[in-house]
Design a protein around this ligand. Structure first.
Ligand code: OSB
Ligand code: MG
Length: 365
């Protein structure tokens, strides 16, 4: 079979700093996985950042875990299912696993000369694109940013909130745009006893409120869900398929933000997707400021049938001055992104640029 594995610790400058309740990012780090077999190359991305503020994983831990514990299984596994079985005894490290597993999916699709989204079981040729708007310096600044994204055609706006940056800014955006699809994401910034602040958001007709309480919590979310009219969507709390089952049984959420990287890859994403579909719980696909490589995998996931809301999958120009794929991901005039017709993730990786943004690399031979 003869595979060659190379991993890159990449750092790319963001066009603008991205601030969420748990911290701010000015440059984005990730690990890119390159898996070559018979002149075909599969690509994956572990979008852990330099700081452990969203999850405990960082770009450095992902690089280390892939190199030390996932590289051999990745070289040997015949498909994603076998890979996940081989790495079952590595606890957690879902983003590291996802980066490796996605390279295997891309390779598999390329071997079969079909787009990844078709291999996954996708059913739509374009996916709805929304944009996630970070915490800004002022309400005026926020309104300017929102207006420019709406002008570009994004189908839904997600506002990052935290205590003190919530009801006023949501109210200001809602007054300016009474009819847009609007939602908020707290990145675990509230406690259950803060519920009165969250209750005030009920009057703004939000599609959902994402991860209001602790990053690991399911129980308090199930209590909060009964107190709010606005549907609760979970992000950080869903780290593997079992978590989606528990969240459903407890009533901790009625929507899931499915991030393939957060749950260990596309196979686990499919399992969560299929479970949610079977119980009538809609999902959408979230992002982690991925490069064009990771976003290729997100676009594929967003073509699945139970994806019922616009996704946090924006055009390359929303994140980076220069992306590392060609063509860069672009928005159509309908505020969508087209699922590519080319094999695998459907875009070409610009290897020279990738190497330019690499801080370090490691290869199997
Ligand atoms: O909570 O959804 C989140 C980015 C980094 C870490 C966490 C989150 C986000 C986003 C951005 O909201 C989504 C995107 O990639 O556009
Ligand atoms: Mg989120």
């Amino acid at each position: 079979m003869g595979r060659k594995l190379e991993i890159f610790l990449v750092e790319m400058p963001l066009l603008a700093p991205f601030e969420i309740s748990s911290g701010v990012s000015e440059r984005r780090q990730c690990v890119i996985v390159r898996l070559e077999e018979d002149c075909l190359v599969g690509w994956g991305e572990a979008p852990a950042d330099s700081q452990p503020f969203y999850s405990y994983e960082t770009s450095e831990t992902a690089f280390y875990i892939i190199k030390e514990f996932l590289s051999k299984p990745l070289m040997e596994a015949k498909d994603p299912n076998e890979f996940l079985n081989k790495v079952r005894n590595v606890r957690g490290h879902q983003m590291a696993k996802a980066g490796a597993e996605m390279a295997l999916w891309d390779l598999e699709a390329k071997k079969n000369s079909i787009p990844l989204w078709k291999l996954l079981g996708g059913v739509r040729e374009e996916i709805e694109s929304g944009v996630s708007v970070g915490i800004q310096r002022s309400v005026d600044e926020l309104l300017r940013v929102v207006s420019s994204y709406l002008d570009e055609g994004y189908r839904r706006i997600k506002l990052k909130i935290k205590p003190g940056w919530d009801k006023d800014i949501v109210g200001a955006v809602r007054r300016e745009y009474p009819d847009i699809k609007l939602q908020v994401d707290a990145n675990a910034a509230y406690r259950l006893q803060d519920w009165p602040s969250l209750k005030e958001l009920d009057k703004y007709e939000l599609l959902m409120i994402e991860q209001p309480l602790d990053y690991d919590d399911l129980v308090d979310h199930s209590i909060l869900a009964k107190m709010l009219k606005t549907p609760i969507c979970l992000d950080e709390s869903i780290k593997k398929p079992e978590d989606s089952y528990k969240a459903y049984r407890l009533g901790s959420c009625s929507i899931i933000n499915l991030k393939p990287a957060r749950v260990g890859g596309l196979l686990n994403s499919k399992i969560i997707h299929d479970f949610c579909e079977s119980v009538g719980m809609p999902i959408w696909i979230g992002g982690m400021l991925e490069t064009g490589i990771g976003r290729g995998h997100l676009v594929a996931a967003a073509t699945l049938p139970n994806v019922k809301f616009p996704n946090d999958i924006s055009a390359s120009s929303r994140y980076y001055e220069e992306d590392i794929v060609d063509p860069p991901w672009e928005l159509t005039s309908r505020g969508t992104i087209r699922a590519p017709g080319a094999p695998g993730i459907g875009v070409e990786v610009l290897e020279e640029k990738l190497r330019k943004f690499s801080l370090r690399s490691w290869s199997s031979s």
